[in-house]
Design a protein around this ligand. Structure first.
Ligand code: HEC
Length: 203
């Protein structure tokens, strides 16, 4: 196909009005021009913003518009899709106690204990959800087994670009389930012996 250049039609009127230029462009040319502008301009503006603007980087900086919604919905969709379905740990007093001692050594530092919120956790971005009290984040399916499975996903995989670590290589799968079961029960009344562990008692 033959490449065509812009066709410029110059119309000179007989009257005293100034010369009128009428530019006619084929639609394909217009589209191409905008495409090139888009390819060049959009990254250029992004680069300028990152270098000279003030993108939010500190914990206390305001969120970008839609930041939380975009990150949160992608995360929760992934958790719902991938949560494991083979919980090998029955929920009973003994296994909840095991979960509670893992929680105290690995998680309480950020996620707090029933009596005290973590001063570290409330100062991370995003904030670390404080368990054993209502909090707004997370995948919280109404069914207990699904809830434990969702929490297992978080423990195993962690959450990228947040303080939440992956415990895949830190805890055994059984230990991950024990602590996930505990958290799935964390908004319901727990046995006294489990509450004692969560209060820091070692006997
Ligand atoms: C260094 C801090 C830190 C430690 C230690 C930590 N977490 Fe987290 N955790 C986070 C943060 C931050 C989030 C929020 C991530 C987000 O906003 O998506 C989180 C999210 C979660 C969630 C998602 C639940 C919800 O309601 O949003 C679960 C479940 C969880 N953590 C379990 C654990 C368990 C179990 C342990 C210990 C084995 C643990 N975490 C240790 C910081 C931590």
């Amino acid at each position: 196909m033959q490449a065509r250049s812009f066709k410029v039609t110059i119309v000179m009127t007989q009257s005293s009005r100034p010369m009128r230029y009428i530019f006619t462009m084929k639609r394909a040319h217009t589209a191409l021009l905008f495409l090139i502008l888009g390819i060049v301009l959009v990254p250029a503006v992004g680069w300028l913003y990152l270098h000279f603007g003030h993108p939010p980087v500190a914990v206390a900086d305001p969120m970008l518009p839609g930041e939380e919604q975009i990150a949160r919905s992608a995360l929760l969709a992934r958790v719902d899709e991938e949560r494991p379905r083979n919980n090998p740990v029955p929920i009973n007093e003994a296994t909840l106690q095991e979960g509670a001692s893992i929680y105290m050594s690995e998680c309480a530092f950020c996620h707090g204990v029933p009596a005290i919120q973590s001063s570290v956790g409330v100062n991370t971005f995003p904030k670390t959800p404080q368990f054993f009290r209502r909090h707004a984040t997370g995948s919280r399916p109404p069914d207990l087994a699904d809830r434990a499975a969702s929490y297992h996903w978080f423990v195993e995989n962690g959450v990228r670009l947040t303080a939440m670590p992956s415990f895949k290589h830190v805890l055994t799968d059984r230990e991950q389930w024990e602590v996930a079961n505990l958290l799935a029960m964390s908004e319901t009344p727990l046995p006294e012996s489990v509450k004692k562990v969560l209060a820091g008692s070692t006997d």
